[in-house]
Design a protein around this ligand. Structure first.
Ligand code: ZN
Length: 60
């Protein structure tokens, strides 16, 4: 494995972690998500962004 490939994997992992932390922190800032335990449109967007980041990390 070349260093460049490893760097891409690391970047993918960081993107996943960043997207995941944004998703799990969202309810702390969002009344409907916190009180009702539901995904508002923003939570759904963050969840999708996390999934996309995971897909890209796997594909890299
Ligand atoms: Zn929300």
């Amino acid at each position: 494995m070349t260093g460049q490939v490893q760097a891409q994997l690391d970047a993918g992992e960081r993107a996943v972690q960043t997207a995941y932390s944004a998703f799990i922190k969202h309810p702390q800032l969002c009344g409907p998500c916190r009180k009702e335990g539901e995904d508002c449109p923003e939570a759904a967007r963050l969840r999708q962004a996390w999934r996309d980041a995971k897909d890209e990390a796997v594909a890299a």
